[in-house]
Design a protein around this ligand. Structure first.
Ligand SMILES: Cc1ncc(COP(=O)(O)O)c(C=O)c1O
Length: 390
């Protein structure tokens, strides 16, 4: 659990470090990659050993006997989230963007509307648009530095073609952990407008001290007949490249419908994803996540203190995720200018706010899932790049 260890990722074909120059014009030689949401850490030893066992055996034929894998998922949800999951309610997809796409195919038709609370994880809108469905944006309200859903405003956006809401819980970007009250209000909203709720809870383990994530089925059990849960171990344990995510559906009718889509597209997982997840969802994995969250909290504190020392910059209070969401509007600069200073001045690749939808115009998202020394270096560079504001 040495999160300070230097592990060279450049030259491994990873998008975060190796595509930074092409995407952001930030030198791959001395730039700092703080964009796409994966971490620069190895997963716990139990995961490495499980994958090594597969390699050592050396036969990569069909897997699929997944009782132990399902049991591990149920154990994790019960122990970490107080949520009792039936093994038979779990589908395994090629990650959660894939899962969102499959949900769209199952429960919407071309031209239907899908509601998002923006700014939000950019792949939602991209997937919805690529499927020929309409993105309906309901902007989050920034109230005293934290995002809130405006369900009255969202109600006004609903029409006969709106079928679905995709929620990000905890929220990316902005790091909100939604309260039970907020989740219940959203559930009631979905019932009132006859909407299906897709709750993407991929960030649910990455909690800052004192925060408690509430799974949607716990907050609002009464909407089980319109709820589809998306979870994965990929953000928590840095396994995104194994492309393994779960769709968990308690309702028989919805489950049958989704099973039809899985069959229609012939979706079944590769052998590596479930093996990694099964090993991660264990007492050893739990101890690793506790240590990880404490480390990320340290990164967050250093980053926020450094950002807040720059006049005009404000980092949203991170309750969950390792994705700092920074408001540059106080600088009075155009997005082109503050982005140029971050990329060319500081040599940092950060996600551009507008890609997250309405509300992201004056923001950049910085990935803090890296070793502390790099976060400190990033802060120093940002303070230099905006030094004239001091
Ligand atoms: C909310 C959310 N959902 C899904 C994903 C990606 O999931 P996957 O890699 O399993 O497709 C991300 C990645 O950052 C995310 O933030």
């Amino acid at each position: 659990m040495n999160f300070d260890q230097i592990i060279e990722r450049r030259g491994t074909g990873c998008i975060k470090w190796d595509a930074m120059e092409a995407r952001y014009g930030v030198s791959s030689e001395n730039g700092i990659a703080m964009w796409v949401a994966d971490m620069d850490f190895r997963p716990p030893e139990a995961v490495q050993s499980a994958l090594q066992r597969l390699l050592d055996h050396g036969i990569y034929g069909y897997g699929g006997l997944d009782d132990d894998y399902r049991a591990a998922i149920c154990w994790w949800m019960a122990n970490r989230h107080g949520w009792s999951v039936e093994p038979g309610h779990i589908f395994t997809t090629h990650g959660l963007v894939n899962a969102v796409g499959l949900c769209l195919q199952t429960w919407t038709a071309p031209g239907d509307g899908v509601l998002l609370f923006t700014p939000v994880y950019h792949a939602f809108a991209r997937t919805i648009a690529a499927a020929g469905r309409q993105v309906v944006e309901s902007p989050l309200v920034n109230r005293e530095g934290r995002y809130e859903m405006d369900l009255d405003a969202a109600s006004a956006l609903i029409d006969a073609k709106t079928r679905m809401v995709v929620l990000c819980s905890p929220h990316n970007p902005g790091g909100r952990v939604w309260s039970a009250q907020e989740l219940r209000a959203l559930a009631e909203f979905c019932a009132r407008h006859d909407l299906l709720l897709i709750s993407d809870e991929i960030h649910h383990d990455l909690l800052m001290p004192g925060q408690r994530h509430i799974p949607m089925p716990i907050a609002a059990p009464e909407i089980a007949d319109r709820l589809v849960m998306l979870t994965a171990a990929s953000k928590t344990f840095n396994l995104a490249g194994t492309h393994c995510g779960n769709v968990i559906i308690a309702d028989d009718r919805l489950r049958q419908q989704f099973a039809g889509t899985m069959a229609a597209f012939g979706i079944s997982p590769n052998s590596f994803g479930p093996a990694a997840v099964q090993a991660a969802y264990s007492p050893e994995g739990a101890a690793w996540v506790d240590a990880l969250c404490a480390y990320l909290d340290g990164n967050r504190q250093i980053f926020d203190a450094g950002i807040h020392a720059i006049p005009g910059l404000r980092s949203m209070e991170l309750q969950s995720t390792y994705l700092a969401w920074v408001d540059f509007s106080g600088t009075g600069m155009t997005p082109a200018e503050f982005t140029r200073r971050v990329e060319q001045g500081a040599g940092i690749a950060a996600n551009h706010g507008p890609t997250f939808g309405t509300g992201g115009e004056c923001w950049l998202r910085f990935n803090l899932g890296t070793r502390r020394a790099l976060v400190e270096e990033a802060v120093t560079r940002l303070q230099r790049a905006f030094g004239d504001l001091q």
